[in-house]
Design a binder for this molecule. Structure first.
Ligand code: GLU
Length: 278
């Protein structure tokens, strides 16, 4: 199978040097193997994503010469795809509606000392709404109460799963660290975890190149792939670029955005040179 890589930014800000590093790595790997390099805009969160950033991302990549194959996949245009996955999981009893507000979850969690957190830093959900009766759920939904959908982790767990990390081999998966993770938010139609896994399958991605910060999420993505019977890509998580003070680059660091470098007169070749030098 030809290598297919992708760059999948969320249009919540301008691309910085760290993004360019990731995109360049994915582009180089695809081009070097005669494979495909895809661009996907992960704009599923309406509160954080903006069209001007989506346009800027494409403009910055083209400026760098990192041309992608085929059409850009824009997640917000494919909500029906993600709903179908949620429906499939619901039909197997693997998701349940959660009516709790963020404040309620925090209140419950902070009441129990030393409460554990998921790898993304959010408090582990104590399972309040998992214990609701079917009648109670139906009543609250009928009353128009808004709800998120959570994965019932205990029901969904598949023992013995692993994913393949380049240079490391098979890594045993521990998705249970996420607890009953949210797969559809009250205010966003589907979660990052669900959409990214679905789209990597749909687009035939064979090698996922992304920052080390997303490595813990891979455990959960592998579980979703296994539950849905989707093939598992290989993964290569790269170290994050740090600024002069040792902090990871973020979209708020204006000086490190490609926009700013370009405005200061840096050429695309110079930026690629910086990236290749690590
Ligand atoms: N959209 C995610 C982000 O911008 C990255 C997704 C991925 O590479 O898996 O952080």
């Amino acid at each position: 199978m030809p290598v297919t890589t992708r760059f999948a930014p969320s249009p919540t800000g301008y691309l910085h040097l760290g993004h360019a590093f990731s995109a360049c790595d994915a582009w180089t790997r695809a081009r070097g193997a005669g494979g495909r390099f895809l661009l996907r805009l992960e704009d599923i969160d309406p509160a954080r994503c903006r069209p001007e950033f989506a346009a800027a991302i494409q403009d910055d990549l083209a400026w760098l010469g990192l041309h992608w194959d085929g059409a850009v996949r824009v997640q917000s245009e494919h909500l029906a795809d993600y709903h179908a996955v949620l429906d499939a999981l619901a039909a197997r009893g693997l998701v349940y509606p959660c009516f709790c507000t963020r404040a309620e979850v925090l209140r419950e969690v902070s009441a129990s000392a030393g409460a554990p957190h998921a790898p993304d830093g959010s408090p582990l959900y104590p399972g309040t709404c998992r214990r609701l009766s079917a009648a109670e759920r139906a009543g609250r939904i009928a009353a128009g109460e808004r709800f998120a959908l959570r994965l019932d982790m205990q029901a969904a767990l598949i023992p013995g799963l692993w994913y393949e990390e380049e240079g490391e081999g098979q890594v045993p998966c521990h998705p249970e660290a996420f607890g009953d993770v949210v797969l559809a938010r009250k205010d966003a139609p589907a979660s990052y975890h669900l959409c990214v896994t679905h789209d990597d399958m749909l687009q035939g991605v064979t090698l996922v190149i992304r920052g080390e910060d997303l490595r813990p999420a891979t455990h959960l993505h592998r579980l979703l792939q296994a539950l849905m019977g989707w093939p598992a890509p290989r993964y290569a998580h790269h170290p994050l670029l740090l600024d002069a003070t040792g902090r990871r680059l973020a979209k708020r660091d204006k000086a490190m955005t490609l926009r700013d470098m370009r405005a200061r007169g840096l050429s695309a070749e110079a930026v690629i040179g910086l990236i290749r030098a690590g």
